[in-house]
Design a protein around this ligand. Structure first.
Ligand code: ASP
Length: 627
């Protein structure tokens, strides 16, 4: 029964029901004009104000009559400009607050953090809505194109082992095998090569890849999507032609306004582009002010190796002489194999990079399929015996009949960014991670509950929030209090080392201080918290919690467990991944005060809020200090 905005033009004289958002409202005396937006577009509604009150971004349902607009009133700018809908009934389904930013602009002027926090509103902006829909069309086009070319779409695991793209891995701790970790894939590289051994011959996947590297304009932090593709029994030329043919058609069908400057795409030798342009991703556009000009090119004949640097995180971080230009599975040029023994830097690799308007939008290669060549490359990039062992499965697989193979992986986000001339990949992703590594809307990463951590056998130590030691712990406490939404009073004061000194300088009662003790209970670190005027009753604690052996941690152990000096340990076990026991006498005070990770900083807050944040086990295990 719902009519979409764009269908109104063919329903003149008919009664329709429309549903959507109010884009804008204009009042003229007793009459109101509403622009209604749905997934297809917009249409103008007109009616008496008395019909009801609807404001911008409210969700409404409108029953009305479609009328042809008089010639002079036709709006050429919108697809429904020849009609308007006379409102008969207006129902507000849901009201909208004032938006935190305008959505009728292109949005570049709005602070990125705010856009990210309210991403669902930012995506209402026409530019973003268009980008996300284009992206869907692009992926659908690629999928259809490849399926008709005999490709098989295959999913590969997300929880996997380290992959050699040269970046840092994201690790996922295993609960079933504590102390062990999965890595999120930097790319499906190894799996796609294994699929060639499996005889699939032509594989592709719209693959999510994860790299823990610093964000760049053309690469999102954390995760991105690429069209991952691999073929058997092919030459490098086959890969280049397939991709060139596919993207040429894609541009023609989905982006008819764009035009490709040169076809066939220039293929440039690495040595020559470097000499001529000083970069391996030259911007070959002739009219850089023409937003519709697309200059594709291939860079080929890369050297197989570059000199290794500290940035080669996965390889030797500068400890060996050579790092792969592309990755360690890239085949050397067959004529250059002897040079691997004599002059590795002279070896050419069968690598190909796809360049669009100055951006590298894809890379790939013909792969090594001879185990002895692979072993030689492992040695040259300085792999240790253990590192080689990590990839032994590849050599094993290759011992069972491996076809010659190769592939490529154009980045979906990067391709679309370059094609649309967007300033960042985040403009073509629905929920991108910000430059500082925080996710849209939901604010990950966040802290884990102590129970989760202990199940995983993990305790969190070391720098917290980019700061180390007590300062990091202080920052973490403030962060936790803020995210719990509780009130607290921070103090900065002279350095204090005992509960008595602290109480004096804060001008708070001694009994209100929360003394946090680090103990070893049957050899496991735990935290016990008692009021400042009381002390731990060891016997009582042991009996209550069925502990055989209980001892105080040494000052060195305290620092090892908490990263904080003795005298500044805050009563929060979760920060250090250790269980926390709080003595019930704490509840006799309405507030608690404590040194918050530093001798010079304290926090005072309501006792019940403290329990809310610390989530302690509460019991009775203290006695008065002078008792
Ligand atoms: N695995 C490579 C990458 O993600 C692409 C390829 O060699 O196919 O960059």
């Amino acid at each position: 029964m719902r009519t979409l905005t764009t269908d109104t033009v063919s329903k003149i004289g008919e009664e329709v029901t429309l549903q959507g958002w109010v884009l804008a409202r204009r009042d003229h005396g007793k009459i109101m004009f509403l622009d209604l937006r749905d997934r297809k577009g917009i249409v103008q509604l007109v009616g008496n104000k008395a019909l009801g009150d609807a404001r911008a971004e409210d969700v409404v349902e409108v029953a009305g009559l479609v009328k042809k607009r008089p010639e002079a009133m036709v709006n050429e700018k919108i697809a429904t400009g020849t009609v308007e809908v006379e409102i008969q009934k207006l129902t507000v389904i849901s009201k909208a607050h004032d938006l935190p930013f305008p959505i009728d602009t292109n949005g570049y002027e709005v602070n990125e953090e705010i856009r990210s926090k309210y991403r669902y509103l930012d995506l209402r902006r026409p530019r973003m809505a268009r980008n996300i829909r284009l992206r869907s069309k692009m992926v659908a086009f690629i999928r259809n194109f490849l399926l008709t070319q005999d490709f098989v779409e295959i999913e590969t695991p997300m929880l996997t082992k380290t992959t050699p793209e040269g970046a840092r891995d994201f690790l996922v701790p295993s609960r079933l095998q504590p102390g062990k970790f999965y890595a999120l894939p930097q790319s499906p590289q190894q799996y796609k090569q294994l699929l060639m051994v499996a005889g699939m011959e032509r594989y592709f996947q719209i693959a999510r890849c994860f790299r823990d590297e610093d964000p760049r304009r053309d690469r999102a932090y954390g995760e991105f999507t690429q069209l991952d593709l691999e073929m058997s029994f092919i030459t490098q030329n086959d890969i280049l032609e397939l991709i060139e043919g596919m993207f040429t058609r894609l541009v023609k069908e989905l982006f008819p306004d764009k035009h490709i400057l040169k076809s066939p795409w220039p293929r440039l030798a690495h040595k020559d582009v470097m000499k001529k342009y000083g970069t391996d991703k030259p911007d070959l556009r002739e009219h850089k002010d023409d937003p519709d000009e697309l200059a594709f090119s291939w860079t080929v004949d890369f050297p197989l190796f570059t000199e290794q640097s500290e940035a080669d995180f996965f390889y030797g971080s500068g400890k060996a002489k050579f790092a792969p230009s592309h990755h360690m599975f890239t085949a050397p040029h067959p004529d250059d194999i002897p040079l691997l023994d004599t002059d590795p830097m002279k070896v050419r690799g069968l690598q190909h990079d796809l360049v669009l308007n100055g951006f590298e939008v894809g890379g790939g290669s013909i792969r090594i399929h001879q185990p002895e060549v692979q072993t030689k490359v492992f040695d040259l990039i300085g792999f240790t015996q253990e590192q080689k062992q990590e990839f032994a499965h590849m050599l094993t697989a290759f011992s069972y009949g491996v076809p010659p193979h190769g592939g490529i992986a154009p980045g979906i986000d990067r391709f679309l960014m370059a094609l649309l001339g967007e300033p960042s990949v985040r403009e073509v992703m629905a929920f991108p991670t910000s430059a500082s590594g925080t996710t849209s809307v939901m604010d990950a990463p966040s802290t884990a509950a102590p129970e989760q951590l202990s199940e995983l056998g993990i305790s969190v130590k070391g720098p917290i929030l980019g700061k180390s030691g007590g300062e990091g712990v202080y920052a973490r406490i403030i962060e936790d209090l803020k995210s719990a939404g509780v009130a607290y009073e921070p103090y900065e004061h002279e350095a204090v080392r005992t509960s008595e000194e602290a109480a004096r300088i804060r001008n708070t009662p001694l009994r209100e201080g929360a003394k946090a003790l680090v103990l070893y209970a049957d050899d496991k670190p735990v935290m016990a918290v008692v009021p400042g005027d009381r002390k731990l009753d060891t016997k009582l604690f042991k009996a209550t919690y069925q502990v055989n052996d209980l001892r105080m941690a040494t000052p060195e152990e305290v620092e090892k467990v908490t990263n904080v000096q003795i005298g500044a340990v805050p009563p929060f076990g979760h920060i250090f991944g250790i269980p926390i026991y709080v003595d019930a006498a704490i509840r006799e005070n309405s507030s608690v005060s404590y040194n918050a990770g530093m001798h010079t900083r304290s926090v005072r807050m309501a006792e019940k809020d403290y329990e809310k944040v610390a989530k302690p086990i509460v019991g009775a295990f203290s006695k008065l200090t002078n008792a």
